[in-house]
Design a protein around this ligand. Structure first.
Ligand SMILES: [Zn+2]
Length: 292
């Protein structure tokens, strides 16, 4: 009888001990589990933060500082395609320079833009940049760092290759622009991209451009031509005064002006005319913006 009571007590003690150990174990496991959960959550937050920081480094067309001068290139492109140059009374000019960089004229253009405190858009051509070596590459960096916008103007600028028989060869076009894009990334870093392109010879000059329309639409890209020009690539060679006159004539009555100029080799007169061109737009109440 007494033994049975003792045995029951023993059993009870064992049971309590087991339950206690089990309880402690359970709590310990729960604690370890919750700690692990917290760690996972913390890692998730850190990863999201890292991604967020990474995202902020990406730039499209202009540096972060240059963004305050940039304007939606798509809006401009749509207006240009309809020959609509009215802008609710607000005058805007986009100075654009094609075919650079050049060691001869690009530095002077940049100096003038700096002195006048205005921003421009540069449509760059890879072959010319490579021709100019490191100095030409450094000029691309300077353009970007000084708040100007960067557009893609193809690598070779070879219209026979891009539009054989005056008709777009989409494969050749895409390859050529991608090659230029890669060069620009090599110079400006992996965070750089641009969605603005200008077709060599202008979009308006070629046939079979529907494939390009589709490609641009799918990739959120924009092709930009121009509404005015200084004439530094058309007809006979012009001096600075003639380039200025052509600028005035082709900009007359337009509230939105996309001015085509060139800063490549041989365009010394464009550089000479530039201060007067800028003064003309300033005097007429234009705001200087960039395309991106
Ligand atoms: Zn060109």
């Amino acid at each position: 009888m007494r033994n049975k009571v003792i045995n029951k007590k023993k059993a009870l003690i064992v049971l309590i001990a087991v339950l206690t150990v089990f309880g402690i174990l359970n709590k310990t496991l729960a604690y370890v589990g919750s700690q692990r959960q917290i760690k996972v959550e913390q890692e998730k937050i850190a990863e999201e933060k890292r991604k967020e920081e990474e995202k902020k480094k990406y730039v499209v067309g202009v540096s972060h500082e240059g963004q305050k001068y940039s304007y939606d290139a798509k809006k401009v492109s749509e207006k240009l395609s309809k020959y609509d140059y009215i802008n609710d009374g607000k005058k805007i000019v986009f100075l654009t320079f094609d075919d650079g960089t050049s060691k001869t004229n690009t530095p002077k253009v940049l100096d003038i833009l700096k002195t006048e405190d205005v921003k421009a858009t540069f449509f760059l051509t890879g072959q010319n940049i490579e021709y100019g070596g490191q100095e030409a590459k450094d000029l691309v960096k300077r353009e970007f760092d000084e708040g100007h916008a960067i557009g893609n103007h193809s690598f070779t600028h070879d219209v026979k290759k891009l539009y054989p028989g005056r008709t777009l060869d989409m494969k050749a076009f895409k390859e050529d622009f991608e090659k230029n894009d890669k060069l620009l990334k090599d110079i400006l870093g992996k965070y750089f991209s641009t969605r603005v392109i200008r077709c060599p010879g202008g979009y308006m000059s070629w046939k079979g451009m529907e494939d390009l329309d589709k490609h641009l639409e799918e990739n959120n890209m924009v092709s930009i031509d121009w509404s005015s020009l200084n004439g530094d690539a058309e007809g006979k060679r012009k001096n600075a005064q003639e380039l200025f006159n052509c600028t005035m004539k082709t900009s007359q009555g337009k509230e939105m002006v996309v001015l085509l100029m060139h800063d490549t080799y041989g365009k010394e007169e464009t550089v000479k005319a530039l201060p007067s061109v800028i003064k003309y737009f300033k005097d007429n109440g234009y705001e200087f913006r960039t395309l991106s």
